[in-house]
Ligand binder design. Structure first.
Ligand code: HPA
Length: 282
């Protein structure tokens, strides 16, 4: 097996960018990524231009149920948004430069701010199904990094990760949530490769090393966004207690259903936060 080829495929960034520039005429203020079961949030977009993944040069079509697979450009809460509904995951076998192609494209289109969402298993005692976690920090246990390969123009070779998430916006989210009646907890997200869910022993290990929640996405995008100097905010929607932490077994369908049921709360928090983000000309 050629390890190098696993990580880097030479994604046609310029070609994809040219295509998107032909479809999207204004720079986005915010790039928003919707995780499993959260794609309904995209329904609040005004003047939406919808671009299926298969239309974008180099994009594979999103393969996981609950991941719709499209980009949506438009306006939400007075801000220009580019939304990615559906993701490319390492566990699907995609190379790192494909996994983070959307966030690189959003940066190249002019977005300065990235909001990432995901579905995750709750490890901390108070993270039950339906809870929302604001990410303070992460543990990259995927043992992969999307920056492996040639350095992209405008990115650092060794990006600093001492503050992966934007402090002022985290403070705003924490202040706004109680006003909306939304309990918001903060903590550390552990990213694992998947696609199998964790064993109870793995979850006990994650708890010991400081993880509050566990999932299979988001960290590659955070890394690529920070390498470009973008501001990042990320939320986990807790869809289940992590393996061994609650009763029963884990099932993707259940993850999707909880995502749909509790996703509305996270959606209203994000909509309330958007006006706090600098818009065009700011
Ligand atoms: N583990 C990993 N990923 C997840 C989980 C989980 O328990 N729930 C939703 N995504």
């Amino acid at each position: 097996m050629e390890i190098g080829m696993q990580e880097y495929s030479g994604f046609p960034l310029d070609e994809a960018l040219q295509y998107l520039q032909g479809r999207i005429h204004d720079s986005p203020d915010v790039f928003l990524v919707l995780g499993s079961g959260l794609s309904e949030l995209a329904q609040g977009v005004e003047s939406a231009v919808i671009i299926p993944f298969e239309d974008v040069p180099g994009f594979p079509s999103a393969g996981v149920e609950g991941h719709t697979g499209r980009l949506i450009s438009g306006t939400m809460s007075g801000r220009r948004v580019l939304i990615q509904a559906g993701r490319f995951h390492f566990y699907e076998g995609h190379p790192g430069d494909v996994v983070v192609a959307p966030v690189r494209l959003a940066g190249a289109l002019g977005a300065k701010m990235v909001i990432l969402t995901n579905a995750a298993g709750g490890i901390a005692e108070d993270l039950e199904a339906g809870s929302i976690l604001l990410l303070d920090d992460f543990l990259n246990l995927m043992f992969r990094n999307p920056l492996v390969g040639p350095v992209r123009e405008g990115e650092d070779r060794f990006p600093d990760m001492s503050q992966p998430f934007d402090a002022p916006l985290r403070e705003r989210a924490l202040a706004l949530a109680p006003e909306l009646g939304i309990p918001l907890r903060r903590g550390v997200y552990a990213a694992v490769l998947g696609p199998s869910y964790e064993t109870p022993a793995e979850v006990r290990f994650l708890e010991k090393i400081g993880a509050h929640a566990v999932g299979m996405s988001t960290v590659p995008e955070v890394i690529a966004a920070r390498a470009q100097g973008l501001r990042v905010l990320a939320f986990s929607l807790i869809t289940n207690r992590a393996a061994g932490m609650g009763a029963g077994t884990l099932d993707h369908q259940e993850v999707l259903e909880v995502g749909k049921a509790a996703g509305g709360k996270l959606g209203s928090l994000i909509q309330a936060l958007l006006p706090e983000i600098p818009g065009q000309g700011a």
